[in-house]
Write a protein that binds this ligand. Sequence first.
Ligand code: NAP
Length: 318
Amino acid sequence: MSRSSIIVAPGPWDPEPWRKEFEAASDGRPVHVWPKDRARVDNGPYVICAWKADPKIFDEFPAPRAVFSLGAGVDHLQGLRTSRDIPVVRVVDPDLTMRMVEYVTFAVLYLHRQIGTYQAEQRRHAWRPMIQPAASRVRVGIMGVGVLGEACAKTLAQIGLDVAGWARTPRDASPFPVFAGQDGFDEFLQRTDILVSLLPDTPDTAGLVGRNVFARLARDGSLGGPSFVSAGRGKTVVEDELVEALRSGMLTGAVLDVFNVEPLPSDSPLWAMENVLITPHVAADSDPEVIVAQIMRDVERLEKGEPLSNTVDMKRGY
Ligand code: NAP
């Protein structure tokens, strides 16, 4: 099969590091940054490598051989959901996975070790030791135990936390308990002190995490109440209900990396909440060098007629 040109559409990101990496790795295939280089794209075959690009790209270039997401999520390719049967490939990479493991481990330990409270006490020059429960007495529940969630679960279990997961489909075997679907949701929530969401944004998960979920978390835990880590996708959370839960004490605290609207608007009440730690969607960044290498391996497979590595079921949404 003839070689494809590479159309790179990194949306809000600086395109130049991506152009540089693709040019270095493309083995002579033409590389075009969209929309800047749109006029230079010839009539030959092409692939699109995108991150939060304007969906108009698919009007202008409607027949890519494949679409590669420049990150692990594919919700930004919604515009493609209604269109044809083009393979969509996402990033699955040990570097990105490790970054998420770091973030979730940090966030869970931040809540488990009550660091937010100690930071506030430090500002008041107050020395007030609190009871510190053993890790084995803290139950972590991870919503979404795919590539990222499973890696996080294994690391948290190694530290001694009592970890369970929740997924769409049941597991035959898993090193930690996995509850599945709506049937297993209640039991999963009722045994959870620290809830971690690593869910993708799909039609089924949009707005899934709100009052109705927070109210069902464990109240008998050793940390004095449940808390929440959000590092999957902001649209899965009902943010008003999250704020209300944090104000009312239904949740004792939260570590949040993803939001309904990003950047988080400056008038969001979340910014000023003492029991909230905010990071600006940096839990697991994509490293252009690593990701371009993975994409180019798949472009070669595509051109040889071999199966691609991490294709996404766009009907399912992840
Ligand atoms: P993945 O391998 O596709 O795993 C997704 C998990 O979610 C699976 O366990 C899946 O269940 C579960 N799931 C999906 N729909 C569900 C539903 N309706 N009910 C219950 N469980 C459901 O994805 P991943 O690589 O782990 O990535 C997860 C998400 O993290 C990405 O989609 C992205 O949005 C986000 N992310 C965030 C950052 C950041 O910097 N904050 C960075 C990278 C990724 P099954 O196992 O049954 O399929």
